[in-house]
Design a protein around this ligand. Structure first.
Ligand SMILES: O=C(O)CCC(=O)C(=O)O
Ligand SMILES: [Fe+2]
Ligand SMILES: [Zn+2]
Length: 655
């Protein structure tokens, strides 16, 4: 059994094993990151698994590296599973190689093994823009520590009166003063002020804002948000018709990173230090979305930098910072006249949402498991069941990098494809024993007719023995789960199936459909404009959807429970949770099933194709990695962007 295809096991000598693992790591770096390693010593090393994407923090890695020689620079690119090191001499680098290669590092309760290889030069692309969105200002130390303490004390979370409106939302606590911000219609009742206005303890800071020219009138509405570590707020634009231009937000108790995104896909992560004031005006207030990704660690600059910080990819200055409880005070002025901003595409005053009173309304982003289950049943499972045969007819070409992953599996390996759709990946590598499952019985039937082994199953509870599979794939599945908990459960279930050392490949649809200045196929493809299919364009697994009662407003508005908006195919995403239309072709259904009908999707042919809507949660950069880092016993081996998808390869720990 000593064939080359069989994994080396215990009997192999430690050094040989280490060498093999290191070679494997450099192959992965070449294949997925385009990093060329060399065998002759140089001053530069790449440290596989030593990246921020593996949960390794700069200080810890730096300490280990400094122990080996005179360290000149340490570059840790954002979200990547590797770091670059430069030593003063190649002798130092060689010493580091000898001492550190194969060494384990314990970070954030997981252990990673570092593999070092020499490189001719270090190369880090800086893909994010460093410039803050126009109109955005962050003022550091805007309040003193004493003021911070006073303000925090003044928020009485226990008082559950009607004078202030308290809400324990799924992802954070909120409290409103002056006017209640309603998450059901994303607006305020302008004629119903709350009995309690903005507390006087806020006066000094508001007067300061006035004096400094950040505002010209005193705000009359305050929303206090409290985020525990791991919590966040979905990306949104504060409803134009609800509030005037300037929005102030004071960060108290802890820092955080807020993500700003332009509809063209540009994104900027902005560090909000504790006691800083964020001022959003003009373009940054009206056009860019803002949100806080729920996570327990943020990537932040490792050293103090003067002035407001767009946390970009300066890899010489990034580390991880553990989140703690942050309380923000957001001051706004209720708008009394319609908004006349210069951004009509996102302005609800200028393009009012079309939701007739009588029609059933579009579904909302789910607030709990039950909601989520219902939403997915209607807008994922049911839809795939309806569109199975048309869907399957559009799914034939495998995605090249998924195919590569499958072809790299050794003969005799066991593979599980969770959410296998029409089975297009089940026969790629005939040397492998493949089994697939899908939520859609119709799609499973198609697999069986094609001679594959497949069965009906939910991806959250797969009736297969754990620790069994050499590889699992989940291609275009996890974005159909509508809460973070359920997405996490799906990854956890995938990992459960892997045997120690087994690998899982996950693809999800990306919010970023333009990456490194390249538009994804999905944006470019004009063959089937109507059914531009997310991620998928080809790859999809199955979970289906259903006809939508009514189109939701496209304007992403404030805060939680927004209505889901209907995406226009082949356009950039401006929100993460959405409904993607599927225009059924081939006469499977002959009546237009979309209750209210979506004006933008109305087909021009005489016989209207029924339109179904599938729910998607499109992932932001780094989100898939953050999600996977919450799963025990597994490491992110690599992550990448592939044609509008975020992708990771996970490896289960060997124990
Ligand atoms: O926590 C923050 O700073 C922002 C809160 C926010 O965006 C909102 O309540 O609309
Ligand atoms: Fe907001
Ligand atoms: Zn507007």
């Amino acid at each position: 059994m000593d064939s080359e295809n069989v994994k080396p096991v215990r009997k192999t000598k430690e050094e040989k094993k280490l060498l093999r693992k290191q070679i494997k790591a450099s192959h992965t770096l070449l294949k997925h990151e385009g990093i060329n390693t060399v065998s002759q010593p140089t001053k530069h090393l790449v440290v596989a698994n030593g990246g921020l994407g593996n949960g390794v923090c700069r200080r810890q890695l730096q300490e280990v590296l400094e122990g080996a020689g005179n360290l000149v620079s340490l570059l840790m690119p954002p979200n990547k599973p590797y770091a670059f090191v430069t030593y003063a001499s190649s002798d130092d680098a060689q010493r580091a190689h000898t001492l550190i290669n194969g060494q384990q590092l314990e970070c954030q309760a997981q252990v990673v093994t570092l593999y070092l290889s020499f490189v001719e030069r270090v190369s880090c692309e800086q893909s994010e823009c460093a410039e803050l969105p126009p109109g955005l200002v962050v003022l550091e130390d805007y309040v003193s520590q004493e003021e911070e303490a006073c303000l925090l004390q003044a928020v009485d979370w226990a008082a559950d009166d009607n004078a202030t409106a308290n809400k324990a939302l799924k992802h954070r606590r909120v409290k409103h003063y002056g006017y209640e911000f309603r998450y059901d219609n994303n607006n305020v009742d302008k004629d119903k002020p709350l009995p309690t206005g903005i507390p006087p303890v806020c006066d000094p800071v508001l007067q300061r804002c006035l004096k400094d020219g950040h505002i010209s009138v005193l705000p009359d509405q305050l929303t206090v948000n409290q985020y525990e570590s791991g919590q966040g707020i979905p990306p949104h634009i504060d409803t134009h018709s609800a509030f005037e231009d300037t929005i102030l937000s004071l960060s108290l108790g802890a820092k955080t990173v807020m993500d700003f995104r332009h509809p063209d896909g540009r994104s900027v992560a902005v560090l909000l230090p504790e006691r800083s004031l964020l001022v959003m005006k003009e373009e940054s207030r009206f056009l860019w979305t803002h949100g806080i990704t729920p996570r327990k660690f943020d990537m932040v600059p490792a050293h103090y930098t003067e002035g407001p910080v767009a946390v970009t990819s300066d890899p010489s200055n990034l580390t991880l910072s553990r989140r703690s409880t942050r309380t923000s005070l957001t001051f706004r002025t209720v708008r009394r006249t319609p908004c006349d901003c210069s951004y009509p595409s996102v302005c609800d005053s200028q393009c009012p949402p079309v939701i007739p009173d009588s029609a059933p309304s579009a579904p909302s982003v789910p607030q709990g498991n039950k909601d989520a289950f219902r939403l997915e049943a209607q807008f994922v499972h049911q839809v795939y069941e309806e569109i199975a045969s048309h869907f399957s007819s559009t799914r034939h070409s495998p995605w090249p990098r998924v195919r590569d992953f499958l072809l790299a599996l050794p003969a005799g390996a066991l593979l599980a494809d969770i959410g296998c759709g029409n089975g297009k990946y089940l026969g790629i590598n005939p040397e492998v024993m493949s089994v697939g499952c899908d939520r859609s019985a119709s799609l499973v039937q198609i697999c069986i007719e094609r001679g594959f082994q497949a069965f009906v199953s939910d991806a959250l509870d797969v009736p297969l023995r754990g620790a069994t599979f050499d590889a699992c794939i989940s291609i275009a599945v996890i974005h159909h789960f509508s809460t973070q908990e359920r997405r996490l459960a799906a990854v956890t279930e995938l990992v459960r199936l892997l045997k120690p050392g087994g690998r899982a490949l996950i693809y999800v649809w990306a919010m970023e459909q333009e990456y490194n200045k390249q538009k994804s196929k999905y944006l470019k493809d004009s063959r089937d404009k109507e059914n531009a299919n997310p991620v998928v364009d080809e790859a999809e697994h199955s979970m289906k959807q259903s006809p939508l009662p009514k189109p939701a407003p496209e304007v992403s508005s404030t805060e939680v429970t927004p209505k889901l908006s209907v995406h226009t195919n082949r356009t950039a995403f401006n929100t993460q949770d959405l409904l993607v239309p599927w225009h059924l072709k081939g006469g499977e259904k002959n009546a237009c099933q979309q209750g209210g009908g979506s004006s933008t999707d109305a087909p021009k042919t005489p016989a209207p194709a029924p339109v179904f809507h599938r729910y998607y949660h499109v992932f932001q950069r780094g989100e898939l990695e953050s999600l996977c880092s919450l799963v025990k016993d597994v490491q992110i081996q690599t992550s990448y962007h592939d044609q509008g998808n975020w992708c990771v390869i996970l490896e289960k720990g060997t124990k």
